[in-house]
Design a protein around this ligand. Structure first.
Ligand code: ADP
Ligand code: MG
Length: 253
């Protein structure tokens, strides 16, 4: 099994505050890891490190066998140029709690924007692909609408289609359903389940324990900048070993 993500001993400080204290994570190609943990435990920071939106203070992250953000030369690490970092990021899709769609562009144009502008792919090809993606997330009927005309759940599904339009090798989700009304959560989780089923490698920060139990190959529980416990969902969620994991789960279940 090839590793899509391998994070080793990741340390991150904000000033004197140590937010990540040696985080390790390995995700095989096609694997789904769900990251659980209380607010402030460093989950978002860790995701942001994976696509180099944050720089590490120590440790290393490989995505698909490539060091993220750095090149190794003469045994030393040199940070990549902005251009190379941007290029590397193209293969990593990210979906946030807030959907951040372009409000003045139609749904279809939102999805087509990055492949056309950043990758300079042919518009006709991108259009075909974007329409297929919007169909896949259940929004074929909304392609000509504007984001403001959609529900939060629909907007988040557009955001997922937009990330997929870049043909990422890896998808990062940071609490993608936390900002949604409860009745809209399910439709977004369904799309994510479909992606997992189709073999996308995914790291999902979520408080949706049911989703983690059903979809995750591995559940990672973080607290205070460390991975407290990880394992199969039936281990970590059903039968947690660590007190901190038990305490957290008793609050969210
Ligand atoms: P989580 O996603 O688990 O809620 P975060 O990764 O957002 O946790 O935050 C972890 C800690 O890092 C928190 O104490 C937060 O206040 C701090 N933090 C996050 N981003 C920054 C930043 N840009 N500057 C300073 N502190 C930050
Ligand atoms: Mg967060």
């Amino acid at each position: 099994m090839t590793e899509m993500v391998k994070a080793e001993n990741v340390h991150k400080y904000f000033g004197s505050l140590e937010v990540l204290k040696g985080v390790d994570l390995t995700v095989p190609a096609g694997g789904v890891s769900c990251v659980l943990g209380p607010s402030g435990s460093g989950k978002s920071t860790f995701l942001r490190c994976i696509n180099h939106l944050e720089k590490l203070n120590a440790g290393r992250i490989m995505v698909d066998g490539e060091l993220v953000g750095y090149r190794e030369r003469g045994g030393k690490l040199h940070e990549m140029s902005e251009r190379d970092i941007a290029k590397q990021r193209q293969s990593i899709g990210m979906v946030f709690q807030r959907f951040n769609l372009f409000p003045h562009m139609t749904v279809l144009d939102n999805v087509m924007e990055a492949p056309c502008r950043v990758k300079r792919e042919s518009r006709a090809e991108v259009r075909e692909r974007s329409l297929a993606l919007l169909d896949r997330v259940g929004l074929a009927a909304k392609v000509d609408n504007y984001p403001g005309q959609l529900s939060g759940g629909q907007q988040q599904r557009v955001a997922i289609a937009r990330a997929l339009a870049m043909r990422p090798k890896l998808m990062l989700f940071d609490e993608p359903t936390s900002a949604l009304d409860p009745e809209l959560v399910g439709e977004v989780l369904e799309v994510m389940k479909g992606l997992a089923r189709d073999g996308m490698t995914m790291i999902v920060v979520t408080h949706e324990i049911g989703f983690a139990r059903e979809v995750a190959d591995e559940v990672v529980f973080m607290d205070g900048g460390v991975v407290v416990e990880k394992g199969r969902p039936d281990e970590v969620i059903t039968n947690p070993q660590q007190e901190r994991t038990k305490a957290f789960l008793s609050k969210v279940l």
